[in-house]
Design a protein around this ligand. Sequence first.
Ligand code: FAD
Length: 286
Amino acid sequence: MKIKDILATGKPSVSFEVFPPKKDAPFEPVRDAVARLALQKPSFMSVTYGASGNAQANTVEIASFVQKCGVPALAHLTCLSSSRDRIAEELKTLRTAGVENILCLRGDLPKDASEPPPGHFNHAVDLVRELRPSPFCLGGACYPECHPDCAHMEDDISHLCEKVEAGLDFITTQMFFDNNIFYRYLAKLRSRGITVPVIAGIMPVTNGRQIDRICKLSGTYLPSRFKAIVDRFGDSQQAMLDAGVAYATEQIVDLFANGSNAVHIYTMNKPEVAERIMSNLRGIIG
Ligand code: FAD
């Protein structure tokens, strides 16, 4: 099923994100996590692309498995590190596997490269233009706290406008920990004429040690309320799990209460986290 049709129903949508096994790593643990996550009946499940080390081919395989579990799959596809031929091949395999949704991304260059190899796409908008004539439902990424490569939010939104106009059906945000940042951003997008659904990306933080590094890389603001949680509970796995699930649940309840209809949980292959959040939301999402 196409994500644009799921979102058009107007029902609250909760989706999950998983990452594929790294190159040469076993598939079984990821398949097991996906099968368990599917039992929570998410609206769809997205599968990242090459984000955790050369796992590009595995994205298609895991996306196919998501479909087999009865959940619509959203396959991520980055264009900076993939040749046009490779992208064409991936699309063929995805189509054969019945995957109807693609998240069009630029991705990032490896640390030792300064520009994309000749013939590669430069920005996600180039990938959207290439794929738009196809029947795939297309999504893209957006950044409530501005993309780290862009000096000004207004310029970043101008680039997003261009990407949406090229043919995106929906956009998903980078994680944020302060909902007010999301509300202000959404208002800006609407005032700039972006009318496609905006899916709020929520990261349940269950490991206190990782969060500083992730936020430095992405430029995500950590509210003092959130920092206090990490400072107090970050060293205890169980306490951080409880606190991270509670914080994410509260963010999601607030988003639904304020009119957002679609939330994407960065579940990071952790079914126990998704199960606890979904259990907290049962009465809200039905
Ligand atoms: P773009 O939309 O191309 O934007 C990148 C930068 O270029 C921005 O600063 C933008 O303002 C600027 N820009 C855009 N168009 C132009 C233009 N025409 N001229 C000048 N500047 C321009 N990474 C992975 O490797 N794998 C994944 O699976 C993955 N999944 C993600 C999912 C989500 C929801 C999000 C938010 C991010 C994800 N990422 C993933 C990270 C993403 O690849 C990086 O953030 C990357 O740096 C930007 O990708 P993009 O598609 O947003 O790029």
